[in-house]
Design a binder for this molecule. Structure first.
Ligand SMILES: [Zn+2]
Ligand SMILES: [Zn+2]
Length: 243
């Protein structure tokens, strides 16, 4: 959020939990100007119908259609002329970019205001050049660190699900997140916060994700003054501010 505009990305939290987390920031759901949906998987749209009663829902045409096809009623769709060209919500500029995931038209988002930029990139089996180019100059970046490959391979998931997660349209593992973080840090001296997210409860731990990425950044001498942290799926992180 900026001083004047607050938005959400994805609608996985129940309205009750959302109200509670917003309350800690002195906000209510009515203060939100919209929710940006990344893709139609259930962990990202579970409550989108409820959210749409009080705010506009933004996503690509294909994703909106796919949500409606799942019998979710979206009351208010944000009208955007050409979604992938970017658009404004209040004083925030929203720039969607394609990601590599097994959904109809999945996207990540960069959000800019003046010279400040934050990006969110989760649910991608690979970091494409398009994705990298969109996130590389962020001040705050939430990047997926979904699984540890060994934990996933030795874990209890069925074979087909392991293959799906490991595939190019699945999820990013800790090792790839580490390499991408190093690549970003080697071209961006202004990454203030690196937040690891979409951590698997079965195939990863917050400590393992953090240690893998942090260690690699330190080994390569690239950590600098970037603060690395891990986001939980149940509650909000602390409030981060671009300095
Ligand atoms: Zn997904
Ligand atoms: Zn997901």
């Amino acid at each position: 959020m900026s001083d004047n505009t607050a938005i959400l990305i994805d609608a996985g939290l129940s309205p009750r939990t959302l109200k509670c987390e917003l309350g800690k920031l002195g906000l209510t759901m009515c203060d939100l100007s919209g929710v940006l949906i990344t893709h139609e998987h259930s962990d990202h749209i579970a409550w989108v119908d409820k959210y749409s009663e009080v705010m506009d829902v933004y996503s690509t045409d294909k994703t909106i259609k796919s949500i409606v096809d799942k019998s979710k009623k979206i009351l208010n769709v944000g009208e955007v002329f050409n979604f992938m060209f970017g658009f404004d919500i209040g004083d925030l500029h929203i720039n969607p970019f394609s990601i590599s995931h097994d959904a109809v038209d999945p996207v990540g988002y960069s959000i800019t205001q003046d010279d400040k930029k934050i990006s969110i990139a989760t649910d991608s089996g690979w970091v494409t050049k398009e994705m990298f180019d969109n996130i590389k100059d962020s001040n705050i970046l939430l990047l997926e660190a979904n699984h540890d490959i060994d934990m996933l391979k030795k874990g209890t998931y069925p074979y087909w699900l392991k293959q799906r997660i490991l595939g190019l349209k699945g999820h990013i593992c800790n090792d790839v997140t580490s390499s991408v973080s190093c690549n970003i840090k080697s071209v961006n001296g202004n990454l203030q916060q690196l937040i690891l997210g979409h951590i698997s409860q079965e195939n990863n731990t917050p400590d393992l994700a953090y240690n893998t990425v942090y260690k690699k950044l330190c080994e390569k001498g690239l950590l600098g003054d970037t603060c690395v942290s891990v986001a939980s799926q149940d509650c909000a992180t602390q409030l981060f501010e671009v300095l």
